[in-house]
Design a protein around this ligand. Structure first.
Ligand SMILES: Nc1nc2c(ncn2[C@@H]2O[C@H](COP(=O)(O)OP(=O)(O)OP(=O)(O)O)[C@@H](O)[C@H]2O)c(=O)[nH]1
Ligand SMILES: C[S@@+](CC[C@H](N)C(=O)[O-])C[C@H]1O[C@@H](n2cnc3c(N)ncnc32)[C@H](O)[C@@H]1O
Ligand code: SF4
Ligand code: SF4
Length: 343
């Protein structure tokens, strides 16, 4: 019996979205809500005020914007928040976005608190990869960092995600000296035992927080690698997830990668390929700057006018800044809290 090999045609289409530095934008991060069931100390103030509902994009508006961006060449969409899984209807939104022709990958970043319930429906809706935040494996420390989080609920959520069949699961940990730097090895052991990726993130100066000094708590990626090398041999890798993470492999470990997101110690802006849509419909051109365009206003003033929407997006793209200007200090460098943009 002869066997026919069906060769997949390579996707050569390039994005129509390009900034003034000739960087192609193919990646859209959508914050589906600014609300969250946690109040992580590096992300939010304890007494956060959230947006009134009418100022938040409806699910239909998010879908319209996602469709427009994909038609312009966006290949990867990440849903984030706030906590994306506290937004009612998010699974149906995933189904609709995952079905957009031309989109290669729909992914999500979540705190994991709702995964026991949502992991399976999300995988069935077409979500490919999941990033789950986990800053500590000590229940007391976890509660101190998240202020309201229950560690066991998140660990059960991670187990539910592992059973649901995602192509990859990555854990995210923001490491802060004096808070969770002693957790680094525990987190690596946990990820390796479950064949998960794990990314360590340097804290970024977004929003005014008062629970710790960001300057004193700063822990560079190199310092985190020092800690890891007490137990594991690390090998630098050239792998990429089209995000800011630089990956390292552990000698003898095949199925877990360690990522390092180092906005302070290793700026990755030169290869920036992304823009963000905030929960209130602002197209934010850089995480570390305020340059933006009000796409919600365009949608609501001119419903159904695709041409105007595209024009507003092209006009904004020309204003995308070259890079952030984060410094390790306690000055508030960007007043917007991380939950508005989803990181
Ligand atoms: N400075 C900066 N930080 C970013 C950028 N994109 C993501 N991050 C940070 O990276 C951390 C992890 O974000 P995730 O939502 O898990 O996304 P990711 O690591 O880029 O995702 P993948 O590489 O697709 O797995 C968060 O702290 C984000 O704020 C970026 O463009 N600039
Ligand atoms: C803003 S959260 C939104 C998604 C979801 N609620 C979660 O926590 O995964 C996205 C990512 O940003 C990270 N993050 C939040 N504030 C940060 C900060 N100030 N510096 C660095 N990363 C931060 C979180 O750890 C998380 O991995
Ligand atoms: S990092 Fe995520 S879980 Fe923590 S407060 Fe911010 S949005 Fe919520
Ligand atoms: S800080 Fe701004 S320019 Fe740099 S990678 Fe992030 S979004 Fe892109």
């Amino acid at each position: 019996m002869s066997q026919r090999t069906v060769k997949k045609r390579p996707d050569v289409s390039t994005s129509l979205l390009q900034d003034s530095f000739a960087r192609q934008v193919e990646y859209l991060r959508i914050s589906v809500t600014d609300r969250c069931d946690f109040r992580c100390v590096y992300c939010m103030a304890e007494d956060m005020q959230f947006l009134p509902r009418q100022q938040v994009l409806s699910l239909e508006e998010i879908e319209t914007l996602a469709r427009t961006f994909v038609s312009l060449g966006v290949k990867k969409i990440r849903l984030t928040g706030g906590e994306p899984l506290v937004r009612r209807g998010v699974v149906q939104l995933c189904e609709r976005i995952a079905a957009l022709p031309g989109l290669r990958e729909l992914v999500m970043t979540t705190n994991g608190s709702q995964l026991i319930r949502y992991a399976k429906p999300l995988a069935q809706a077409g979500l490919k990869r999941l990033n789950i935040s986990l800053d500590s494996l000590n229940a007391e420390k976890f509660r101190q960092i998240t202020r309201t989080g229950d560690l066991q609920q998140v660990l059960d959520g991670i187990d539910a995600a592992r059973e649901a069949g995602f192509a990859r699961i990555k854990l995210n940990a923001v490491i802060m000296k004096g808070r969770n730097d002693e957790e680094v090895l525990n987190l690596v052991d946990y990820a390796v035992a479950r064949e998960l990726d794990l990314t360590f993130i340097e804290e970024m100066p977004l929003g005014a927080i008062n629970e710790h000094s960001r300057a004193e708590a700063f822990c560079s990626s190199a310092e985190v690698r020092e800690i890891i090398s007490q137990r594991y041999d690390l090998l630098e890798s050239t792998e990429s997830t089209q995000g800011p993470s630089r990956y390292w492999r552990i000698q003898g470990v095949a199925n877990s990668r360690l990522g390092f997101i180092s906005p302070h110690s290793h700026n990755f802006c030169a290869t920036c390929n992304r823009v963000r849509l905030t929960a209130e419909g602002r197209l934010l051109l850089c995480l570390g700057n305020e340059h933006s365009a009000d796409l919600k206003a365009v949608l609501r003033r001119h419903p159904g006018d695709e041409v105007r929407l595209r024009e507003a997006i092209f006009e904004a793209m020309a204003r995308k800044p070259w890079s952030h200007d984060f410094r390790v200090s306690d000055d508030v460098q960007v007043v917007r809290f991380m939950n508005m943009t989803g990181g």
